[in-house]
Design a protein around this ligand. Structure first.
Ligand code: 5GP
Ligand code: ZN
Length: 118
């Protein structure tokens, strides 16, 4: 069934507690934890507890949970980095650099960012 945990999914294992992660915030529908290979002083991943392969398919199937991810991204940025600005990235598809196919928002802060991102 759509949204069900996948046995071979790393982030489903983090949701379940089978793979350890440094959790910075959790809600009924989301988990936020530090990226294992940080690209900025603040680099947190916000994921839905339900399994969808990317953020767009999450938003299509469960828009309320997608909104939860977005709200939590803002709350985590405030918690970790105050109001100095942050970037949210949803890599979507292997061609765009996605490597873990469970929807996630990268929340990045604590340094400057180029635009366009390249
Ligand atoms: P993607 O490339 O799919 O947009 O992002 C996946 C992210 O997951 C990468 O930034 C990578 O560093 C992070 N990551 C991969 N494996 C683990 C892990 O086991 N634990 C944590 N905390 N992050 C991971
Ligand atoms: Zn998953």
């Amino acid at each position: 069934m759509a949204g069900e945990p996948q046995a071979d999914c790393l982030f489903c294992k983090i949701v379940k507690g089978d793979v350890p992660a440094t959790v910075v915030k959790e809600t009924e529908t989301t988990v936020a934890f530090r990226d294992i290979n940080p690209q900025a002083p603040v680099h947190v991943l916000v994921i839905p507890k339900v399994h969808y392969p990317d953020a767009a398919s999450l938003a299509a199937a469960e828009p309320a949970v997608a909104a939860d991810v977005l709200r939590e991204a803002g709350e985590v940025a405030l918690q970790e980095n105050g109001d100095s600005g942050f970037r949210i990235v949803f890599n979507t598809g292997a061609g765009a650099g996605q490597t873990v196919f469970h929807a996630h928002a990268h929340v990045l802060g604590g340094r400057g960012f180029n635009w366009p991102p390249g």
